[in-house]
Design a protein around this ligand. Structure first.
Ligand code: SF4
Ligand code: SF4
Length: 269
C-alpha cells in the first residue's frame, strides 16, 4: 500500500462536538465493524467504552460548575496514535508499526496473542476479541487505508460541525495553539496529546479541565517504551521462551486458518 510519508495528525475540539455520533457510525461503516450487545446504563454512552467492534466511542460526561450540573460534554475516544508507541515497543513480534504518515498499524498475522500491547498502552486502547476462537487485537487504524488514498479518516469526514480536523502534524499543532491564543476564555490552556507519552498524532482541546472529563492526566511527557521494557523485565518467567511458544501457536493457528480457507475454496470451486 502506497503511503504519503508526511506526518499527519487530527485535532478534536470538544467545544465544537455536539454528540451526534456520526463519527462512531462512519467508523463502523468504513471498518466493517459489527456490534456487541449492550444494556441500558443511564449515562447515555453506548457502548460504555471502546471494544473490539467499536474503534471509537463518543462518551457523554455530565460536568459541574459551582457544585451545579452545568451540562454535557461529549468526548470522542479512539487510539491516540502515539509518536513513539508503547504498544509497538512492548510487542515481542513486531505486530505494531508506527507509520511515518502517522498511523500506528497492527499486523494481525504476526500477533501471538500475548496482549503485552494492552498492558503497555497508557490510554487503554487495544481491545481483544475475547469471544472468538482465534482472537486478535483490535483498535482504531487512523484509517490508514484511506490516508494511503489521500482521503481523510472516515470519522473526521463525517463530523458536520468540524469538531475533528485533520491535516499535517505541524498544521494541526499550530491550529490548536492558535485557537487557545485567540480565544483564551473558550479553552483550558492545554493541548492534550501535544506532550503526553512523548506526543500523539491525535490531540484534543477542551473548555473543561481534562481531568474533570476523565482523561488520564498523569501520563509522563517522555515516551513510554523504555518504561515498558522495564516493566516486562519484571515478569517472573522467561519471556523469550514464552514468546517462542506463543509464536508457534500463532503459526499453527494461521496455517490452520489458511489451509481451512484453501480447502473451502477447493470444495466450492
Ligand atoms: S480514524 Fe478511522 S478507524 Fe480511527 S476512529 Fe476514525 S474512522 Fe475509526
Ligand atoms: S461526528 Fe463530530 S460532532 Fe458528532 S459526535 Fe463525532 S466528533 Fe462530535
Amino acid at each position: 500500500m502506497a503511503t504519503n510519508t508526511q506526518p499527519k495528525a487530527a485535532l478534536i475540539d470538544l467545544t465544537k462536538c455536539i454528540g451526534c455520533r456520526s463519527c462512531q457510525i462512519a467508523c463502523k461503516s468504513w471498518n466493517n465493524r459489527g456490534v456487541k450487545p449492550t444494556t441500558l446504563n443511564g449515562n447515555f454512552t453506548n457502548p460504555v467504552d471502546m471494544n473490539s467492534e467499536a474503534y471509537t466511542v463518543v462518551k457523554f460526561v455530565e460536568t459541574e460548575k459551582d457544585n451545579m450540573i452545568s451540562g454535557w460534554d461529549f468526548i470522542k475516544t479512539q487510539c491516540m496514535h502515539c509518536k513513539d508507541p508503547a504498544c509497538a515497543s512492548a510487542c515481542p513480534v513486531g505486530a505494531f508499526e508506527k507509520r511515518q504518515d502517522g498511523p500506528v498499524i497492527y499486523h494481525d498475522e504476526r500477533c501471538i496473542g500475548c496482549r503485552y500491547c494492552m498492558m503497555a498502552c497508557p490510554f487503554d486502547v487495544p481491545k481483544y476479541e475475547w469471544e472468538k476462537t482465534s482472537p486478535i487485537v483490535q483498535k482504531c487504524t487512523f484509517c490508514a487505508d484511506r490516508l494511503a488514498m489521500g482521503m481523510t479518516p472516515a470519522c473526521a469526514k463525517a463530523c458536520a460541525p468540524k469538531a475533528i480536523i485533520f491535516g499535517s502534524y505541524d498544521e494541526i499543532v499550530s491550529e490548536a495553539e492558535r485557537r487557545i491564543k485567540e480565544h483564551p476564555g473558550d479553552y483550558v490552556n492545554h493541548v492534550y496529546g501535544r506532550n503526553e507519552a512523548g506526543g500523539t498524532s491525535w490531540m484534543y482541546l477542551s473548555a473543561v479541565p481534562f481531568e474533570a472529563l476523565g482523561f488520564k492526566t498523569n501520563i509522563p511527557a517522555a515516551p513510554l517504551p523504555d518504561l515498558t521494557w522495564a516493566m516486562l523485565k519484571t515478569i517472573p518467567y522467561k519471556v523469550g521462551g514464552l514468546v517462542a511458544i506463543l509464536a508457534a501457536i500463532a503459526y499453527f493457528r494461521n496455517r490452520g486458518a489458511s489451509e481451512g480457507a484453501a480447502s473451502k475454496k477447493e470444495r466450492e470451486g
